[in-house]
Design a protein around this ligand. Structure first.
Ligand SMILES: [Zn+2]
Length: 102
């Protein structure tokens, strides 16, 4: 296991990366949370929770039609993944109005 440290994720393959991540997390006493494979992380508005199913991969920025929030695709996905993982660990972290809307 030790000889794998320092390699790029692309060199290892994602499964090996996750194994190393879980090992490192266990050593530090923290948990690794995973979200579902088809979780709409980049298509779901991190502000209001509405999902834009017609969003194509080439659209790096988009505006939520429901609340008007402007999203950068990757940042929005990161926020949604963080919120999903936190919701599993500590309970729903979404604002109250969004928790009801989804
Ligand atoms: Zn929205």
């Amino acid at each position: 296991m030790k000889r794998l440290w320092g390699r790029k994720v692309s060199d290892l393959g994602f499964g090996v990366f996750v194994t190393i991540l879980e090992h490192a997390a266990r050593k530090r006493g923290v948990r690794v949370e995973k979200v579902e494979r088809y979780f709409a992380s980049s298509r779901m508005c991190s502000g209001c929770g509405s999902v834009r199913w017609d969003l194509c991969l080439a659209e790096r920025e988009w505006v939520c039609e429901k609340c008007g929030t402007v999203h950068e695709r990757d940042l929005n996905a990161a926020i949604n993944i963080r919120d999903r993982a936190l919701s599993r660990a500590v309970g729903d972290v979404r604002p109250a109005e969004r928790a009801v809307a989804v």
